[in-house]
Design a protein around this ligand. Structure first.
Ligand code: PHE
Length: 453
């Protein structure tokens, strides 16, 4: 009925979905979340969340995109006219994320270069906040932090350049190159990490199960939160990507491959990060608890310190790590920006070139705000807001609308089973119709309570 672009190969689609899923969340979020929520015991709720929410929702989103062949707003509109807003809401969340996710990738690019001569020195925290992120040169126009500005422009040139080229020649080719490269480079980093002195101390801390945590509802909430963020669910992404699938494809299988590949990278990151932390704790003669970190602190403060201590080839391993971070981030950023590019294209019937220029250009302009004096606070606020209210709420509304309001689960299941080798059964309906809404609902209430406090 319309000529929608299509993936050239099945591997192209799967790699793009994995590219979206594997991001900063795998490398710097998962290890710390697992450690804080029971260590080895966290794997139980994590696996439960993967099997009852992660993969079932991937199957649902892949099917919706495949069946209705539209960006998220168009897909929901075709499902039922009344729910187009749900697609736009998810697109809006992705838009906000794109504006700051791009900034972090810019930092990773800068740090790749800083690695060469360990430019961060011995006070890595002072370097990050006092030097790199500071507006230190009063002569600079408009208060822009020059160190961030240039790599940020580079991030946007790469991302929008790829999106301009379209689904098959742009997104697919980029992921086919970047994801295998990421896997190989990351394996090198992890192997080096586990062979460092003291690595075993870190691994022991990471895997040691704290079973008493299992009864703590917060731990289950953390597991679901990690799975949602990590698999890029309820962000309009997976619906958009699967709208480019050819008629003949195996949806359920693709969802399992994407889910397990993403979790494998998380496990690998946990091993690499904790081995390195064990090395650092041993060098400093302190306990693991004193060096554990996640997020910005892990990647841009603690990791540079670890690199400083490396016995040899510091610069080489430092830049490898930051290249991995950049690649993981870029393939996710491409997918987030594609959600609003596709949304605008479908809604206003404009060309791809125009929608990339308008949608991507606007996100790029806003992201530059974070590269100005004081922009960091802005970034923190956006991140907090999205994590507290964006992810869980959009996911909750999506399952309730599809499962309860529109009672679409049966149609979706039939559609997926018609074209897939693996047949989904009642576990899928129970997971999406009952377990997931209950857990997510609980998550929302928890969030509200902690925010009121
Ligand atoms: N899945 C990505 C990660 O693990 C994060 C992401 C979330 C990407 C939302 C796009 C949209 O980092």
């Amino acid at each position: 009925m319309e000529n929608r672009p299509q993936w050239g190969t099945r591997a192209g689609f799967v790699l793009a979905a994995i590219g979206s899923a594997v991001g900063l969340g795998n490398i710097w979020r998962f290890p710390a979340v697992a450690y804080e929520n029971g260590g080895g015991a966290f794997f139980l709720p994590y696996l439960f969340a993967l099997l009852t929410a992660g993969i079932p929702l991937l199957i649902m989103e892949f099917t919706l995109g495949h069946k209705y062949r539209g960006s998220a707003p168009l897909t929901f509109a075709r499902l039922n006219k009344k729910f187009e807003w749900l697609g736009w809401w998810q697109v809006a969340i992705s838009f906000v994320i794109a504006t700051y996710y791009s900034v972090i990738i810019a930092w990773a690019l800068s740090f790749t270069v800083f690695s060469f001569d360990l430019k961060w020195g011995s006070d890595t925290e002072g370097f990050l906040f006092g030097e790199y992120l500071q507006y230190s040169d009063p002569g600079t126009v408009g208060g822009i932090v020059p160190g961030v500005f240039i790599p940020l422009i580079l991030v946007w040139i790469i991302t929008l350049g790829i999106l301009f080229k379209g689904v098959k020649k742009g997104i697919e080719v980029a992921n086919k190159v970047m994801i295998p490269a990421l896997v190989i480079l990351f394996l090198i980093v992890v192997i080096r990490s586990v062979t460092l002195e003291g690595a075993a101390v870190g691994l022991e801390a990471f895997f040691k199960p704290n079973w008493s945590q299992i009864a703590n509802p917060q731990v289950w909430v953390a597991a679901y939160g990690q799975i949602f963020f990590s698999l890029s669910i309820a962000f309009a992404i997976m619906i958009t990507y699967s709208s480019y699938l050819p008629k003949k494809t195996d949806i359920t299988n693709n969802a399992f491959i994407t889910g397990f590949a993403n979790s494998s990278v998380e496990l690998l990151a946990g091993i690499g990060v904790f081995a390195a932390l064990g090395f650092m704790a041993t060098q400093a003669g302190v306990s693991i608890d004193e060096v554990v970190a996640g997020g910005v602190g892990l990647a841009f403060v603690v990791f540079p310190q670890i690199i400083n201590e490396f016995p040899a080839l510091n610069g080489f391993f430092g830049s490898l790590f930051f290249i991995c971070l950049s690649l993981a981030g870029l393939t996710s950023l491409i997918s987030i920006v594609e959600t609003f590019v596709a949304g605008v294209e479908d809604k206003f019937k404009v060309s791809r070139i125009k929608s990339v220029a308008i949608g991507g250009g606007l996100a790029a302009l806003i992201s530059i705000l974070y590269a100005t004096r004081g922009g960091l606070n802005f970034l923190d606020a956006a991140d907090y807001f999205i994590n507290q209210f964006g992810v869980a709420l959009a996911g909750l509304v999506e399952v309730i609308v599809v499962a309860w309001f529109l009672k679409e689960l049966k149609n979706i299941r039939d559609h997926a089973n018609n074209i897939s080798d693996i047949r989904i059964s009642t576990w899928w309906n129970i997971s999406l119709g009952i377990i997931t809404p209950i857990v997510l609902g609980f998550m929302m209430v928890q969030n509200i309570i902690t925010n009121i406090k």
